[in-house]
Write a new protein. Structure first.
Length: 155
């Protein structure tokens, strides 16, 4: 029975205990890649890494330039749009100021026109008074002349 237990233990350790097999595989892997190949893969990987870094740097500068160009064109477009909007706002404010100034000028001109009409009315009244006086003076003068003429006439 001891032999059976020992055999079952050996079978169990071979089936379930894989440490010796894994260690052997690890040693084989290390020996295959480090000893037999003489670090050829590591040099190749380093070379590939260097190429990738160089390509990455080159792409970054190229991409950086492209991004800068895109940003500048985008920024320029936005600045032009903002300038256009500011110009429109400024034009509207100027038009509003001019409109307000025109309204003030129109009101001032209306006041001046009203003053002018009042002055013309006053001058008309003065002229009418002078005319009435002149007509009155002429009427009296001619009526006196008529009376003088009546004195000298024989009838």
């Amino acid at each position: 029975m001891d032999k059976i237990a020992k055999d079952v233990g050996d079978i169990q350790s071979r089936l379930l205990h894989h440490r010796p097999i894994v260690n052997a595989e690890i040693r084989y892997f290390v020996r295959e890649f480090e000893e037999k190949r003489g670090h050829r893969e590591s040099r190749l990987l380093e070379s590939l890494n260097k190429m990738v870094v160089e390509a990455n740097d080159q792409m970054q500068t190229t991409n950086l330039e492209a991004v800068n160009q895109d940003l500048m064109s985008n920024l320029t477009k936005r600045l032009e749009a903002a300038k256009h909007m500011a110009d429109r706002v400024q034009q509207r404010e100027l038009e509003a100021q001019q409109s307000n100034q025109m309204q003030l000028n129109m009101e001032r001109l209306k006041e001046e026109w009203a003053d002018f009409l009042k002055e013309q009315q006053r001058l008309k009244e003065e002229v009418d008074e002078e005319h009435a006086k002149a007509v009155g003076q002429l009427s009296t003068h001619y009526s006196e002349k008529k009376m003088d003429l009546a004195k000298f006439s024989p009838l």
